[in-house]
Ligand binder design. Structure first.
Ligand SMILES: [Zn+2]
Length: 84
């Protein structure tokens, strides 16, 4: 038996981090945060800790704000300049 296709036909839903609307995963934009940058997962390469935002301009426009909030919360925004 090749696979357990128990979930065949099941569409995964994800929540947009901005508007909190649940939408089909494929119509959302997946991204993850690396350091203090948003990396869009265009190649669907990373699976864990991915976040989703809708394609709507309103949501994408809010992503910047969300990001700075997020960085403040996680304390990973380092404003100090490191001297190498
Ligand atoms: Zn949204």
């Amino acid at each position: 038996m090749p696979n357990k296709s128990r979930s065949a036909g099941h569409v995964p839903f994800r929540t947009c981090i901005i508007c909190r609307k649940k939408t089909e995963q494929r119509s959302l934009l997946g991204f993850f945060i690396l350091g203090n940058e948003v990396i869009f997962d265009v190649n669907r390469m990373v699976n864990n800790r991915k976040k989703y935002v809708c394609h709507q301009v309103e949501c994408l426009n809010h992503l910047d704000k969300w990001m700075s909030k997020y960085l403040k919360k996680t304390g990973s925004s380092q404003r100090r300049t490191k001297q190498m």
